[in-house]
Design a protein around this ligand. Structure first.
Ligand SMILES: CC(C)(COP(=O)(O)OP(=O)(O)OC[C@H]1O[C@@H](n2cnc3c(N)ncnc32)[C@H](O)[C@@H]1OP(=O)(O)O)[C@@H](O)C(=O)NCCC(=O)NCCSC(=O)/C=C/CCCCCCCCCCCCC(=O)O
Length: 688
């Protein structure tokens, strides 16, 4: 756990050994404590170097231990830090790879810090619902005073030589606790301003706000008082559900990599195909972003667009985004895809068009090319059936902007081969995405759950709410944007096209169909009516809100919309009633959660963690709320069930509010913790 050797006669070299990231679990803390004591008491030792095994200094406290703080054993981290800081022999940290969180604190407890030029240091615990903040690379850390020296050579050797050179030198001014915090003019005003900014960006997350309080304490109080305050604040955060939610997200983000398919194929038994060249077909917003993402991942990409003016514009935009990096060529001819290893289709969301394209690609591309579609809702299997090799067809559902959004839904159809899935998953990793493998059904996981969410938002408008009221409730909950601001941004016409494709609106709706009902279920035509009036959202300068111009970003309330809603209600004999924030939250969020349970039961998602990763990394669900399924557990499954039952009773024509059978079974079996939910899922995964 902490290897101890003596080097150059007088230097004790302590190496942390806890792969993969040298996290500071109990045995490591104990090992470090004992090693420092040993170095202190050995008369031959005059200095100490602290390093980490395998080119990695330390990834911080062991997050797995946070789940059960009461049973934590071994010395506390602060006890290890104090022992190092008060050592009478100089302790030098040799930082390679990263020193993060408690790992950086460990380095700060040393008297000197030498970092490799590529090392990253930082305190990212805010992402785990604890304070403090961002990571910096060695050069910046040197400027900030976090490191004393940066090297391009062997860091441990440099630190060993350095330790030798400082043996016997006074240490008092090297101890962090002795170093004064430089006073700031207008300290109070500075912290008040900082707090204001952090609060407005935190969207309900406590950690960033508490972090400012702790830094204020550190800057204004004597060292030991600052430490006491930090301990109290840390305790508050630890006991808040937010820290648990954020830590859960840390592991959910990584859980997708261990994917499995209903056939039993798994991440650790399937080999990915080798991919070095790709074609992206269709260079609208999505296609351009996908081209950038693939090129940045090191693939040689040919970007294909049959419309010449669109191709020229895409070339300009993509080159600008790549800033000269990346290997991209452009073509208006589909034949350019003949020799590539992978094709990602990103044309319009139109089944007939995609089917035609897949047929063509299947005849053009060399045998063995993986054909991926970026469809957000359409049937992967139908596309696969147009091709020569249906086993080589998968969905790669990117999220806009595709080069920035972390999420990638990898969709397998009943005929997709495990190798095809492994290849798409590995590509996701190369692009730095959080990739989640999911089954094939309309909307897959993310958009299937979005449907009942949007539906509830529209119904709430019919019943008396305004877009402002609904959005305020959701933004207060922590979403970066409420549902109406979000649809204005993504474009109301996207959903309109899908509803037309589904025969819910447009010429395919049979004559005499009631306005607010489809197949015997409640339906809101509000989104269709908006589109029929050219209100597509930001792109047309008006949607649920008003913008100063087409493409404008600043949303203003629109008096036209208020009149439109009033007239709509009168026309449909609806009486507006006051709607409370709580009802908005419960109906919108419980509808998402309920669909999540159905998706689990259908085997479309392999675990609640996968669903939560999709919502946090693709749909803006606040990380400090842990994702919809985790949130359901925090609210209490019985309470979610009771809420759904109540709303379904009030709206019996809304099937999405009818509690899912899995939720009922879980409540009936005593609401087990989230990691046990899979045991209650139906035996096998169904496929469309
Ligand atoms: C950059 C990384 C380190 C590495 O990235 P990469 O190489 O891509 O690898 P990954 O896939 O991410 O990770 C590999 C596997 O390692 C696991 N992992 C990573 N980091 C940790 C960790 N810190 N602990 C445990 N496990 C870790 C990861 O899950 C992967 O395994 P698997 O695939 O999931 O199986 C990158 O991993 C990274 O960024 N890691 C996180 C870095 C980080 O955030 N560090 C900070 C940790 S928090 C910390 O250090 C806090 C310190 C101070 C507080 C200490 C508090 C102690 C408890 C006191 C309790 C007081 C409560 C009082 C209550 C009361 O009073 O009532």
């Amino acid at each position: 756990m902490a290897q101890y050797t003596t080097v150059n006669g007088s230097v004790a070299l302590i190496t942390i050994q806890n792969p993969p990231v040298n996290a500071l679990r109990a045995a490591v803390r104990e090992g470090l404590f004992n090693a420092i004591q040993k170095a202190s008491s050995d008369p031959l030792v005059r200095s100490v170097v602290l390093s980490g095994q395998n080119g990695t200094f330390c990834g911080g406290a062991d997050i797995k231990e946070f789940g059960n703080v009461s049973s934590m054993s071994g010395p506390l981290l602060v006890e290890v830090f104090a022992l190092m800081e008060t050592s009478m022999k100089p302790v030098v940290a040799a930082i390679e790879g990263f020193a993060l969180g408690g790992g950086l604190e460990l380095a700060l407890a040393c008297h000197y810090r030498i970092g490799h030029s590529k090392a990253r240091v930082g305190l990212p615990e805010v992402n785990l619902g604890l304070f403090p903040g961002r990571q910096v690379i060695a050069g910046e850390a040197l400027k900030l005073g976090l490191l004393d020296r940066v090297t391009d050579h062997n860091t441990v050797d440099t630190a060993l030589a350095f330790a030798k050179s400082v043996e016997g030198k006074p240490l008092d001014n090297r101890r962090l606790g002795n170093r004064p915090c430089p006073p700031l003019e207008n300290m109070d005003a500075f912290f008040e301003e900082a707090m204001k900014r952090v609060r407005s960006r935190a969207r309900g997350a406590s950690a960033p706000v508490v972090c400012v309080q702790a830094v204020r304490g550190a800057a204004t109080l004597p060292f030991h008082k600052g430490m006491e305050l930090e301990k109290v604040l840390l305790g508050t955060l630890f006991n808040s559900g937010q820290a648990q939610a954020s830590q859960y997200c840390f592991f959910a983000e990584r859980a997708g990599a261990r994917w499995s398919m209903p056939s039993g194929a798994r991440w650790d038994t399937c080999r990915a195909l080798s991919i070095s060249t790709a074609a992206v077909i269709g260079l609208g917003t999505m296609g351009r972003g996908i081209t950038v993402a693939l090129a940045r991942a090191g693939l040689s990409v040919v970007a294909v667009e049959t419309q010449e003016h669109q191709l020229a514009e895409a070339q300009r935009v993509v080159s600008h985004m790549l800033k000269g990096g990346g290997q991209v060529s452009y073509s208006s001819d589909l034949q350019a895809a003949a020799e590539v290893d992978l094709v990602v289709e990103a044309v319009f969301e139109d089944m007939a068009l995609k089917e035609k394209l897949f047929k063509l690609l299947s005849s053009i591309c060399k045998p063995g090319t993986l054909l991926a579609t970026n469809t957000s809702t359409l049937d992967i299997d139908r596309l696969a059936s147009c091709t020569r090799d249906p086993q080589l067809v998968v969905g790669m559902h990117f999220f806009a902007p595709a080069h920035m959004m972390r999420l990638l839904e990898v969709v397998y159809g009943p005929r997709s081969s495990p190798e095809a899935v492994a290849t798409a998953m590995q590509l996701g990793k190369r692009m730095g995405k959080v990739s989640v493998a999911v089954g094939n059904c309309p909307g897959f996981v993310g958009n299937r759950m979005l449907k009942p969410y949007l539906e509830q938002a529209y119904f709430l408008l019919e019943e008396g709410a305004t877009p402002e009221l609904v959005d305020a409730a959701l933004e207060e909950f922590g979403f970066p944007m409420g549902v109406f601001r979000m649809t204005d941004l993504s474009g109301l016409d996207v959903g309109w096209r899908i509803r037309k494709e589904e025969g819910l609106t447009g010429p395919d709706v049979p004559a005499g169909q009631p306005t607010r009902s489809r197949h015997g279920h409640r339906y809101s035509p509000l989104g269709d009516l908006m589109c029929e009036r050219g209100r597509y959202g930001q792109k047309s300068g008006r949607g649920w809100y008003l913008y100063d111009k087409p493409g404008g970003r600043v949303a203003r309330s629109d008096p036209w919309l208020r009149n439109f809603l009033e007239e709509y209600r009168v026309r449909n004999a609806l009486v507006a009633r006051p709607i409370h924030r709580q009802e908005v939250l419960e109906r919108c969020l419980y509808a998402i959660i309920n669909e999540g349970f159905r998706i689990l039961d259908d085997g479309i998602a392999a675990s609640p963690q996968n669903i939560d990763a999709i919502y946090v990394f693709g749909y803006g669900w606040p990380k400090h709320r842990g994702g919809p399924m985790f949130y359901a557990g925090q609210v209490g499954l019985a309470r979610v069930l009771e809420g759904l039952e109540r709303y379904h009773l009030a709206h019996p024509d809304v099937p999405h509010l009818e509690p899912s059978s899995l939720l009922r079974r879980l409540v009936a079996s005593g609401s087990p913790p989230i990691h046990k939910w899979n045991q209650m899922v139906k035996g096998h995964r169904s496929q469309l």
